[in-house]
Design a protein around this ligand. Structure first.
Ligand SMILES: Nc1ncnc2c1ncn2[C@@H]1O[C@H](COP(=O)(O)OP(=O)(O)OP(=O)(O)O)[C@@H](O)[C@H]1O
Length: 451
């Protein structure tokens, strides 16, 4: 029995050592052959040491057989034998108990397994230990996911899936786009019907515009009205004008468009009330108004004022944007708000708006306050992950939804040319602003000359 066990452990260890060399030239083959069983065996066999090193074990008093009563042979036996006779064979001793591991389940990029928490432990203990566990298991990262009472799931990934991202933003589903990949290898999906409004923060060159490109490319083929607020003088969104129902490039134009949208929301409210529906999605299909997605680039520009004369305009903008955010979920108007810096110093309107934007994306940011504003109220661990995003990986971000989960993610690279092409290809789907809001267009985007 002992020999068989030794042989089995030997085979598994040799397999694990061989695996290192094997993976170097053929990473895709990791889970075949000896890779999976040997890795699983190593995880289970070393778990007690790993848990001990990461401070996750607990000491318990247990009855144990001891070697105290084994007779001593050799020169020391003389004189000692009498003492040994008096010792007990079974004693209560301190033993270190590691948290119990569940079944190791392979995933595309690694594995996941449940861990039963010791009494008094909380998931945060495992979040703190995750980096240590990742080093001990020699994997890219370990994340704590799927927290249930008394149990957490550890998700280990062998390599960073965000190094190269290849997905198509178009999903074919209304108000749903697939802008990139999540760290666990799954597609990153933004469903505006589930999470209606999004706040996207990021320093310059962090990948905000690229994400907006992916969103535009994903939404362009859908029967939705796209509206742009581009206070960088229109340089970001003007190229997509063929697919935009309206574009505002100054604050005055934004105020006018927001006025239109608020009036439209009020009309949709009346429509729903008369039809006995609680929201536009429960209306009969023929009555359902076209969904509107409002993209705001550089939100700080909406709130900053150079002098007191702009105070009224800023207050109007903030109130209207807040109303759109509050009422939009039920009445099919969605906000995607981007900004380099989002801080309470921009005014109380920003904090109130943030509370309504339940979807959050935080790229690399320059100041901790922006990261806290974007993620801090949802999950402090996500905040740490966002602060650790390096400058050399544009597009990498931390995304959090209203369900409390968060992920590292990366948007797929969508060049301006690709997004422009998508806007031109689907220009025929652009609803006229007057048809959308039932009023004459205040701001019609100038369609740029085709190259
Ligand atoms: N997901 C990505 N994959 C690869 N490269 C990316 C990705 N996202 C952005 N980039 C590259 O990073 C650079 C900056 O991206 P982007 O223009 O989107 O940043 P930004 O945050 O909008 O910057 P700014 O605020 O200055 O406009 C671009 O050259 C872009 O090609």
């Amino acid at each position: 029995m002992g020999d068989t066990l030794t042989l089995a452990l030997g085979v598994l260890t040799v397999g694990a050592v061989g695996l290192g060399a094997w993976r170097r030239w053929h990473p895709a083959s990791f889970w075949y052959g000896v890779g999976f069983p040997s890795r699983a065996a190593l995880v289970y066999l070393t778990w007690r040491h790993v848990a001990s090193g990461c401070g996750l074990t607990r000491h318990r008093r247990r009855w144990r057989w001891t070697l105290d009563a084994v007779p001593i042979v050799g020169p020391a036996a003389r004189g000692a034998a009498t003492v040994v006779e008096q010792k007990r064979r079974v004693r209560r001793v301190d033993v270190e108990r590691a948290p119990r591991l569940g079944v190791l389940r392979p995933t595309r990029l690694g594995w996941r397994m449940r861990v039963r928490l010791h009494d008094g432990q909380v998931p945060a203990d495992y979040e703190r230990a995750a980096e240590g566990i990742a080093h001990a298991w020699r994997v890219h990262s370990v994340r704590v996911v799927d927290v249930r009472p008394g149990v957490v799931t550890l998700w280990a990934t062998m390599r960073d899936p965000l190094t190269t991202v290849t997905v198509t933003p178009e999903t074919g589903e209304l108000l749903t786009v697939r802008p990139g990949k999540l760290e666990n290898g799954a597609d990153w999906v933004i469903n505006l019907r589930t999470v209606p409004h999004w706040l996207i923060a990021g320093a310059t060159q962090s990948g905000k515009s690229n994400l907006a490109n992916a969103v535009i490319k994903g939404l362009a083929p859908q029967p939705v009205a796209l509206v742009g607020f581009d206070l960088k003088g229109g340089v970001e969104f003007t190229p997509y004008a063929p697919r935009l129902s309206a574009l505002a490039t100054t604050r005055a134009e934004c105020v006018a468009l927001l006025g239109d949208l608020v009036a439209e929301l009020e009309e949709r409210m009346v429509l729903c009330r008369e039809a006995g529906a609680r929201n536009v999605w429960t209306l009969p299909e023929g009555l359902r108004p076209v969904p509107v997605v409002l993209l705001v680039d550089e939100v700080a520009e909406l709130f900053l004022m150079a002098d007191k004369s702009e105070k009224d305009q800023v207050a109007k903008t903030a109130t209207a944007l807040l109303r759109v955010a509050q009422l939009g979920r039920a009445f099919g108007v969605h906000l995607i708000v981007c900004g380099q810096r989002i801080g309470s110093d921009l005014g109380p309107g920003v904090t109130a708006l943030r509370a309504q934007l339940s979807g959050r994306v935080c790229h690399r940011v320059n100041d901790p306050e922006t990261a806290s504003m974007t993620l801090g109220d949802l999950n402090p661990a996500a905040l740490e992950a966002a602060r650790a995003i390096p400058a050399e990986t544009p597009g990498v971000c931390v995304t959090a939804g209203q369900d409390g989960t968060w992920h590292r993610a990366r948007s797929v690279y969508v060049s301006e040319a690709q997004a422009e092409q998508a806007a031109r290809d689907h220009a025929h789907l652009t609803p006229d602003w007057s048809a959308v809001v039932g009023s004459a267009p205040v701001t019609r985007p100038a369609v740029p000359e085709a190259a």
